[in-house]
Design a protein around this ligand. Structure first.
Ligand code: IPD
Ligand code: CA
Ligand code: CA
Length: 261
């Protein structure tokens, strides 16, 4: 529909504008506080979110918005924007170049548009439901590797890793032994789009939030991948676990995830 075409243009403009803010401030990061012991917020998180929300609410005043730093703003429409202004804040605050902007649009809570912008490498990922996924305008697709032993996997750990027993470490151990390797680079949205691009065969993580997954989930699916819960059943971005793969190693990953709770 026409609304989606306009939404896509707006999401791309907003992601590029937020990415510019990230680049301009990356060598002079200003920490404004912590949401938990190891969960920082920088001035860049706030500025990027303000930039993105300002553009969305001006153009689509009736749409709902769920954004990491400011929470939920209800709307009169079934469309909801789900925004992570800076995914990978710990990396950003250390100068480790692996973070991005993630902007998803859902209709009745299902992603219909996803834009992820890696502002360091200038990699712009876009997907619209039913229309495929692109990076910098070129169609992308998941990898063709079907063997878990030849698969490079990726995951992450929640900010409560020190306090919780539900900490992903059993799965991490099991996958390290079952695959070619496991990376933990620190940005769930980047992990998802690199799975869509075929750099990783599979990604799993627990305790993520909708803004970490909304855009990247659709980008993986539109690149030919598969996204489910750990048990292989359909996943909602409001679930707190996600398994995203090239499809070919999906069942093998479900099997490994079954080995521990
Ligand atoms: C975090 C990153 C990280 C994941 C954490 C997320 P933030 O998001 O995506 O990879 O492991 O669970 O909270 O805080 O940098 O936006
Ligand atoms: Ca995030
Ligand atoms: Ca964030």
């Amino acid at each position: 529909m026409d609304c989606l075409k306009q939404a896509r243009e707006l999401a791309v403009e907003a992601a590029l504008a937020a990415g510019k803010i990230q680049r301009e401030r990356r060598n002079n990061v200003c920490l404004v506080g912590f949401k938990g012991e190891i969960d920082p917020v920088t001035e860049t998180d706030l500025l990027c979110e303000k930039e993105i929300i300002g553009r969305i609410s001006e153009r689509f005043p009736d749409h709902a918005i769920l954004a990491e730093e400011s929470g939920e703003a209800p709307g009169d429409s079934a469309y909801k924007w789900v925004v992570d202004p800076l995914d990978g804040t710990v990396n950003y605050s250390h100068g480790f170049p692996f973070y991005c902007v993630s902007i998803g649009l859902t209709f009745q809570d299902e992603p219909v548009l996803g834009v992820v912008y890696n502002s360091n490498q200038d990699e712009l990922f876009v997907a619209e439901k039913g229309k495929g996924a692109t990076m910098n305008g070129q169609p992308i697709s998941v990898s063709k590797t079907a063997n878990l032993k030849q698969s490079l996997l990726v995951t992450g750990f929640a900010y409560d890793v020190a306090q919780s027993d539900d900490d992903n470490l059993d799965h991490f151990r099991n996958f390290i032994k079952a695959s070619q390797g496991v990376r933990r680079p620190g940005s769930a949205a980047m992990d998802l789009v690199y799975t869509a691009l075929g750099r990783f065969e599979g990604f799993w993580e627990m305790k993520l939030r909708p803004w970490d997954m909304a855009a990247g989930k659709l980008i993986v699916e539109e690149a030919g991948g598969r996204v489910t819960r750990f048990d292989g059943l359909p996943q909602s971005i409001y679930d707190n676990e996600i398994l995203a793969t090239n499809g070919l190693v999906h069942e093998a990953m479900v099997e490994v995830l079954r080995r521990s709770k």
